[in-house]
Design a protein around this ligand. Structure first.
Ligand SMILES: Cc1cc2nc3c(=O)[nH]c(=O)nc-3n(C[C@H](O)[C@H](O)[C@H](O)COP(=O)(O)OP(=O)(O)OC[C@H]3O[C@@H](n4cnc5c(N)ncnc54)[C@H](O)[C@@H]3O)c2cc1C
Ligand SMILES: *[C@@H]1O[C@H](CO)[C@@H](O)[C@H](O)[C@H]1NC(C)=O
Ligand SMILES: *[C@@H]1O[C@H](CO)[C@@H](O)[C@H](O)[C@H]1NC(C)=O
Ligand SMILES: *[C@@H]1O[C@H](CO)[C@@H](O)[C@H](O)[C@H]1NC(C)=O
Ligand SMILES: *[C@@H]1O[C@H](CO)[C@@H](O)[C@H](O)[C@H]1NC(C)=O
Length: 382
């Protein structure tokens, strides 16, 4: 490849969710002389139904099974999370770790996952290999004995070491890293790419708008749709919760007349005073920001059955009721360069659905690969 010296001088990242901020950090490290601006309607600290990132649980629990790029994004992110916890340098970012907690809001944690269907019907086995691809990565899955399984479950495993994320702390940390690298933050809503480019001189634009992409008048992606999720934040019980719990009742859902999938119960004890997140639900194409009381009660009931440390539903101290819209997309996440239409290359990175955290560094590194190609600087500093 010819190594022309061309580098992007003005980089604009549209979107300040976990995807936009992670991408901005990778680019800032690669192009230290570039002027980078993150433009967004919402920034860390905001709580809006239009902003998915604050509402995630969150944990690393890969749903990828393509034996391809999606697994790779999750794998890269798993490694970067581990490096950050171990105090290593990740794209110029380092975290201060002290004792149990750390300033990023990330920690290693175990998880118990169960299903009411045989493993072949869960959709977690990889194409071609027919294996759970991350078995070794998480330290070797231990399959549960019948007496260890929740009611009606037919199979499950213990994940020795995955990650849990206090998303409020983590998002602020990403933003603080961006500020420390001289990245500019601009709070503005743009109705179109054209109007953005008219205001902010850009030699490269990264489109990390999540569901917001649906609303850009000159680039409506009709493949995007929301997958609504309800969770509760409750107080930490006095008995510590030793692991995360997740129970997918696929069989029950398939036989249920309801369109909403209310059947995946999950319990995430968040680190660093983050409380405990109880979930959940998945409702495709529903934009409603109204709390569903019946579903909320059902979530508390299911989580208490799954996690004995929580006690009884009536004893839970509810701190907040949360509704988030996962940015889902027919055909999956879109990471792609578009050139020609606006005279500057646009790299799209949106539609992460329920996996925006666990794939964040992997997709940001994919964005970088595309940027290097677009600027024909494949052998530059990496
Ligand atoms: C209940 C729930 C649980 C979840 N659990 C997990 C989990 O355990 N693990 C996991 O990995 N993921 C989880 N997720 C998914 C995760 O939250 C999302 O995949 C991720 O937040 C998507 O990030 P994003 O940066 O693409 O989008 P967003 O966070 O929505 O950010 C979009 C950004 O673009 C800006 N924007 C959009 N349009 C415009 C415009 N026209 N002008 C200006 N700014 C604009 C917005 O203001 C915002 O800053 C969960 C989600 C929910 C709802
Ligand atoms: C899209 O725009 C409409 C109208 O301006 C607004 O009500 C809605 O919240 C927006 N949705 C998102 C996801 O930005
Ligand atoms: C960002 O991606 C969305 C989804 O495809 C699209 O609708 C929107 O036009 C894109 N924005 C830009 C600036 O390219
Ligand atoms: C972990 O996150 C995935 C989505 O990334 C979700 O489906 C699952 O329920 C979560 N697990 C727990 C224990 O919260
Ligand atoms: C969307 O979800 C809410 C809350 O669960 C529910 O009351 C409403 O009927 C749903 N709307 C549609 C169009 O399905």
């Amino acid at each position: 490849m010819a190594s022309s010296k061309k580098i992007p001088e003005n980089i604009t990242v549209l979107g300040a969710g976990v995807v936009g901020l992670s991408s901005a950090l990778v680019l800032a490290h690669t192009y230290p002389s570039a002027k980078i601006t993150v433009v967004a309607k919402h920034f860390p600290g905001d709580r809006s139904i239009e902003y998915a990132s604050p509402w995630a649980g969150a944990n690393w629990s890969s749903m990828a099974h393509d034996n391809g790029p999606l697994e790779k994004y999750d794998e890269v992110t798993f490694k970067r999370f581990g490096q950050l916890i171990d105090g290593e340098n990740v794209w110029g970012c380092k975290a201060v770790n002290k004792g149990e907690g750390n300033e990023i809001g990330l920690s290693r944690f175990g998880m118990l996952a169960a299903f009411d269907t045989p493993i072949e019907e869960t959709g977690i086995l990889s194409a071609d290999t027919n294996k759970v691809w991350y078995d070794q990565l998480v330290g070797g899955l231990r399959y549960l004995r019948k007496e260890e399984l929740p009611t009606d479950a037919v199979f499950g495993f213990d994940v020795p070491s995955t990650f849990r994320i206090n998303t409020a702390v983590y998002l602020y940390w990403l933003q603080a890293q961006a500020l420390s690298k001289g990245i500019n933050l601009v709070r503005r809503h743009y109705p179109s790419i054209t109007s953005l480019l008219a205001d902010i001189p850009s030699s490269l634009l990264i489109n990390a708008t999540g569901l917001g992409s649906l609303n850009l008048s000159d680039v409506k992606d009709v493949d995007l749709y929301p997958t609504r999720g309800q969770t509760l934040l409750v107080a930490e019980p006095k008995t510590p919760i030793p692991r995360m719990y997740e129970y997918g009742r696929l069989n029950k859902y398939l036989r249920s007349p309801k369109r909403i999938d209310p059947t995946t119960a999950y319990v995430f004890p968040r680190p660093l005073g983050g409380g405990v997140i109880l979930g959940g639900s998945r409702d495709d194409n529903n934009w409603s920001d109204e709390w569903d009381e019946e579903l909320g009660k059902d979530i508390m009931q299911r989580c208490c059955e799954l996690c004995p440390e929580l006690g009884r539903p009536e004893d839970l101290q509810v701190i907040s009721r949360n509704i988030g819209l996962r940015p889902s997309r027919k055909g999956g996440v879109r990471i792609e360069t578009e050139t020609g239409k606006w005279n500057v290359p646009i790299v799209h990175c949106y539609g992460h659905s329920g996996a925006g955290y666990q794939s964040s560094w992997g997709t940001a590194e994919r964005v970088l690969e595309l940027v290097l190609k677009a600027f024909d600087s494949g052998s530059s500093k990496l």
